[in-house]
Design a protein around this ligand. Structure first.
Ligand SMILES: C[S@@+](CC[C@H](N)C(=O)[O-])C[C@H]1O[C@@H](n2cnc3c(N)ncnc32)[C@H](O)[C@@H]1O
Length: 209
């Protein structure tokens, strides 16, 4: 496990809403066991729990704990997702939305391996991560607080934390043994929290065959 967790207390979610790919393809999810790694305030998963899915949400933050406690069908585990042991062949859907870029890629690769093992046959994975087009990438390149390491990883010495930026090819390669249901590489204005700002984001939804 590399570095400390990044302090990225989940922002104030204005409204609960499934990401469009999840909404569009939810009917392909073949069972009710859902795991959300870095659930935050449960933007997607609280809705899924309300729809009757049996959700386990993992997050380190107290804000997440507050938001997720007392939600029927949702079990919250306060833990580092790098430590959380994913039960094998259990889940029909595993989500990690806007979380994995806060880790070193070695840890991301280990988590993706565990996600694959945690899905039952036909299980789906949905992840979204910052791409190299994200404005934060350039900002970090110009900021002397960050060391740029190989493979688009940044290290912040003062906090012993890492940030990773991805390409679409990299994500597709990581899931080469999965059937891709959708993948996108977008640059768009984010109106969901705080002041309007841009993000470069790769979204991937795939199925374990
Ligand atoms: C940007 S928020 C996204 C929250 C949620 N997935 C969503 O889409 O609204 C990132 C979340 O990841 C959590 N997080 C980041 N690194 C983590 C780690 N190593 N272990 C557990 N949670 C982590 C943060 O606490 C935060 O709630």
């Amino acid at each position: 496990m590399k570095g400390n967790p990044v302090n990225c207390e989940s922002y104030n979610v204005k409204n609960l809403k499934l990401d469009e790919p999840l909404e569009r393809y939810l009917k392909l999810v073949n069972g009710h066991h859902v795991l959300d790694l870095g659930i935050g305030q449960g933007k997607c998963s609280v809705l899924l729990a309300r729809q009757g899915f049996n959700v386990t949400g993992v997050d380190l933050s107290n804000t997440a704990l507050e938001a997720c406690k007392n939600v029927p069908n949702l079990t919250f585990v306060q833990d580092d997702i790098r430590n959380f042991e994913i039960e094998k062949n259990k889940y029909n859907l595993i989500i990690s939305r806007c979380v994995l870029h806060f880790l070193h890629k070695d840890d991301v690769h280990e988590i993706i391996k565990n996600i694959k093992e945690g899905l039952c046959s036909g299980g789906m994975v949905y992840i979204s991560v910052f791409s190299i087009a994200d404005p934060g990438f350039k900002k970090r390149e110009l900021n002397s607080d960050f060391d740029k390491l190989d493979n688009n990883i940044f290290y912040k010495r003062s906090e012993n934390t890492y940030m990773s930026y991805f390409t679409k090819k990299e994500i597709l390669d990581l899931f080469a043994d999965f059937k891709t249901i959708m993948v996108s590489d977008e640059f768009s204005l984010d109106l969901s929290h705080g002041k309007p700002h841009y993000h470069g984001i790769i979204k991937y939804l795939g199925r374990k065959e």
